[in-house]
Design a protein around this ligand. Structure first.
Ligand code: ZN
Length: 259
């Protein structure tokens, strides 16, 4: 079946749209060149898609946001956070049009023109933006990331390394597994008791609310946290979904300071 593809489109957040000099988006699955099951805007290498297709997709993503370079990590559901400065950026592996850090699940920078990219399919990409110190982070947070409070650790890195104040920070939680679809049959083994209050019905959890709660615990103001309220399983025509599909591409979530 032929599909007429328009250019890449993305979900943008109201709270981040007001920040001068910031560009961001969580891209949909449309507007790329990959063939099924990766159709069409797959952002991930090494999941079976053609490298030429991924390269073209990433070029389109970078161009759509006007960033000089995209930086991504091999994501491992761990808690390693990479800070990109001129020196560490130079050490990343050049896999044009993306530069690749060592494995990790969160990226932080204050460099302009550097697009921090997280790849997701049901996991949350959480953008953290400090408009005062001009520092950004992009966090890959699946349920293991939630259990490890990785977004809060990224807030900690922004505080320690850049002197950011959590009360200045904005956060945005991307399209991801919603409370409608987040069934955890083994939750007593997988999730800590403090998450059990976030059940919306037996065995179904609201991880959007868990992230909001954790970020408030880390010092952010609730009114500065926006979540997309879009479930990738329910909207698998628009987004890639691990639970909804099995074999699939990965969505690109990118945040950057303009040069
Ligand atoms: Zn859903």
């Amino acid at each position: 079946m032929m599909e007429t593809e328009k250019g890449p489109s993305c979900h943008v957040f109201k709270n981040l749209s007001g920040v001068a000099g910031l560009t961001h988006g969580v891209f949909t699955r449309h507007g790329g060149v990959s063939a099924p099951p990766f159709a069409s805007l797959n952002a991930a290498w090494n999941i079976g898609d053609s490298h030429e297709a991924v390269r073209e997709n990433l070029s389109r993503i970078g161009k759509a946001l006007g960033v000089d370079v995209l930086v991504a990590a091999p994501q491992v559901h761990g808690d390693t956070i990479h800070v990109l400065d001129a020196e560490s950026l130079a050490r990343t592996e050049d896999r044009f049009p993306v530069r690749v850090t060592p494995p990790g699940d969160a990226l932080v920078t204050d460099l302009p023109g550097v697009g921090l990219m997280i790849k997701v399919a049901d996991c949350q990409a959480i953008f953290l933006v400090d408009p005062v110190k001009r520092v950004i982070a992009n966090v890959h947070s699946g349920w293991r990331g939630s259990v490890g409070a990785l977004a809060c650790k990224a807030v900690g890195v922004m505080r320690e390394r850049f002197g950011c104040r959590p009360e200045d920070m904005l956060a945005a939680i991307g399209p991801s597994l919603g409370p409608c679809c987040a069934e955890f049959k083994n939750y007593r083994d997988e999730l800590p008791p403090e998450f059990w209050d976030f059940q919306v019905r037996p065995r179904y959890f609201d991880f959007w609310a868990i992230s909001r709660h954790q970020l408030v615990q880390a010092g952010l103001r609730l009114e500065n946290i926006e979540d997309a309220q879009r479930c990738t399983v329910c909207e698998k025509g628009e987004f890639f979904s691990y639970r909804g599909e099995g074999t699939m591409g990965r969505l690109a979530a990118v945040v950057a300071w303009e040069r």
